[in-house]
Design a protein around this ligand. Structure first.
Ligand code: NAD
Length: 332
């Protein structure tokens, strides 16, 4: 089947080509993201393949449907960028990669936590300049600390397993609690109480209308003073202005993020030679206790191979009229 692959980076092409050796689809790689300006490039393609920051709102879906698109294959887990109701109305099927490697994202969350706590980013810069002074590099033992995990799904549980291994007490909140989290040694708390005693809060729930700005001025004010916030899930979970206020006052002790609410305008591109027109991001970058990575938590060989294999298998299922094992239902 002929597929237009939007936002195709060199690593996407490499791993999709390797996985496609088993499937034999015709993949047309497009550098551009899917948006109002580029949707015309999909005309005539029964299937398109998109990533986290490609836009598939109702207007774009209507244009896709007019151009003959019947399948959207998301090569990611989150699907907050697709209007599922509009897709269902237009008869467009949407598939995603439900499960690739929760470890890839959980381990990146741990990497961010370790770096922000032990100031690895600052030490790295100092020692490159032969500055071996230790002032300002004090962290804390993770062993014995309390970690709040919001969203105890696959990634939240992989993160929990590692944190329990560090000797942390892990408390969780999930709209749909699961005994698998408790079996790992986690303990559920109520929505309101979750962040209050935590030294570390890590976000692992999807972005939905219910979770939008789940971290806001109110929740930050109720958090333990000096707590660290880790977000590898979706930028929209966090009210960044409120976080900046909490960092300034010291209420928040540090922030490490792999996702950012306005990331679609900046991430996945080299903007090092330009003036980035985003005052919020510019302000975030001025804090010594903030680390930003550019949505790379999924980026391990294991995860990207599985993402590409699953995506192409879903396209084959669609082409051959089989049930779609990774279809996202509109109720999702
Ligand atoms: P999952 O579906 O296994 O787990 C999500 C959990 O969140 C579920 O247990 C669900 O019940 C819970 N949840 C839903 N609504 C909630 C709410 N209102 N409050 C609290 N919990 C709620 O998904 P996953 O594979 O663990 O992925 C989690 C998220 O991680 C994805 O939605 C995606 O946004 C993000 N992600 C990021 C990257 C990255 O590279 N940074 C990669 C993959 C996934």
């Amino acid at each position: 089947m002929e597929i237009a692959v939007f936002s195709a980076k060199p690593y996407d092409r490499q791993f999709l080509d390797a996985a496609n050796a088993q499937q034999g689809h015709r993949l047309r790689y497009l550098d551009d993201p899917l948006d109002e300006d580029t949707v015309g490039l999909a005309a005539g393609y029964r299937g398109i393949c998109i990533f986290v920051n490609d836009k598939a709102n109702a207007r774009i879906l209507e244009t896709l449907a007019r151009g003959g698109t019947q399948l959207i294959a998301l090569r990611c887990t989150g699907f907050n960028n697709v209007d599922l109701k509009a897709a269902a109305r237009l008869g467009i099927k949407v598939v995603r990669v439900v499960d690739y490697s929760p470890n890839s994202v959980a381990e990146h969350a741990v990497a961010l936590l370790m770096a922000i706590n032990r100031k690895v980013h600052r030490a790295y810069n100092r020692t490159r300049d032969f500055n071996f002074a230790l002032d300002g590099l004090m962290g804390f033992d993770l062993c014995g600390k309390t970690v709040a995990v919001i969203g105890t799904g696959k990634i939240g549980r992989a993160f929990t397993r590692i944190m329990v291994g560090f000797g942390c007490e892990v408390i969780g909140y999930d709209a749909y609690p699961t005994p698998e989290f408790e079996a790992l040694g986690g303990r559920y708390a109520t929505d309101g109480a979750i962040g209050m005693n935590a030294d570390i809060v890590s976000l692992h729930c999807p972005l939905t209308p219910q979770t939008y700005h789940i971290i806001n001025a109110d929740t930050l004010a109720r958090a333990k003073r000096g707590a660290l916030l880790i977000n590898t899930s979706r930028g929209g979970l966090v009210d960044t202005e409120a976080v900046i206020g909490a960092l300034r006052s010291g209420q928040l002790g540090g922030l490490a993020i792999d996702v950012y609410e306005q990331e679609a305008d900046v991430f996945f591109r080299d903007l090092s030679g330009t003036i980035v027109d985003d005052d919020v991001l510019q302000r975030l970058m001025t804090f010594p206790n903030v680390i930003v990575t550019g949505h790379q938590a999924f980026m391990t060989r294991e995860a990207v191979s599985t993402i590409c294999e699953t995506t192409l298998r879903s396209i084959t299922e669609f082409e051959t009229g089989q049930p779609l094992s990774n279809e996202i239902s509109v109720d999702a």
